[in-house]
Design a protein around this ligand. Structure first.
Ligand SMILES: [Zn+2]
Length: 252
């Protein structure tokens, strides 16, 4: 098991990398505006720094890219932008990159939303392959981001991996352990953060209602890859969460 942390894309990338390297095995690189987008960063310098720090990298494109916009032209531009990120990620040495679920407004139904996503994801997979990148699908925070719909996406696109966000799959009474048990063969990356089951709060571990011991037990049974602590709180809470996670991983 390897632990990572994301850079805050609104902050200086080099400073973010330095702190992450002091405490984690890899960076979950959020390639987003305003300060960590592909056209705002020095790729060579970052790659050099990652190498110096011996810090591995997993890629993450902006969660708000409109891959399921009902306007086809907007979907295509979103794919084009993601492709530019893939190109940059290859230069940074990333092998796996996350794309986020996206749904059209509710005047379109789930079936139409799935179709729009599947069409976009098929094009995204093609783009990613040009840069030797493998794509991971991270399900989102809405009611439609349920087990059934995630399975439909993964079944339609065999080359797509699954990025399991424990916080997201614990919303709306969903069972994170079921996602782990049933989809472990597809899971390539994990995000960990806590909440109370209603809002996507990205809290430190143990602050919300997620039953972490059950989750970690299930994870340990099936998974030994990269885990990002996607906790948006002061750094001391992040480090405390890291300690708690390591402790639970040893004990369960
Ligand atoms: Zn996440």
């Amino acid at each position: 098991m390897k632990l990572g942390y994301p850079n805050n894309p609104r902050k200086d990338v080099m400073k973010e990398i330095k702190w992450i390297a002091q405490h984690f095995d890899f960076i979950d690189f959020f390639m987003e505006p305003d300060r960590a987008y592909y056209n705002k960063i020095d790729l060579k310098e970052i790659r050099k720094r990652l190498h110096e720090y011996n810090l591995e990298i997993v890629g993450h494109t902006a969660y708000y890219l409109p891959f399921a916009s009902p306007i086809e032209e907007i979907r295509l531009v979103a794919i084009e932008e993601a492709s530019k990120c893939f190109k940059a990620f290859e230069k940074l040495g990333a092998e796996y990159v996350t794309v986020h679920a996206n749904w059209p407004p509710s005047i379109f139904d789930a079936k139409e939303g799935l179709q729009m996503q599947i069409e976009s994801l098929a094009l995204l997979i093609e783009e990613a392959e040009k840069y030797n990148i493998k794509l991971m699908y991270e399900s989102g925070v809405g009611e439609l981001d349920n087990y059934t719909n995630v399975v439909k996406i993964l079944q339609a696109l065999p080359k797509l991996h699954f990025h399991l966000d424990i916080g997201h799959v614990s919303l709306y009474g969903r069972d994170a352990c079921k996602f782990i048990r049933k989809l472990h063969a597809k899971i390539k990356h994990i995000h960990i953060h806590d909440n109370f089951g209603k809002e996507d709060l990205h809290l430190p571990i143990g602050v919300g209602k997620i039953k972490w011991r059950d989750v970690i037990k299930e994870l340990k049974r099936y998974y030994d890859g990269t885990i990002t602590l996607e906790i948006f709180a002061d750094k001391d809470y992040v480090l405390l969460s890291k300690r708690k996670l390591e402790e639970m991983w040893r004990e369960v």
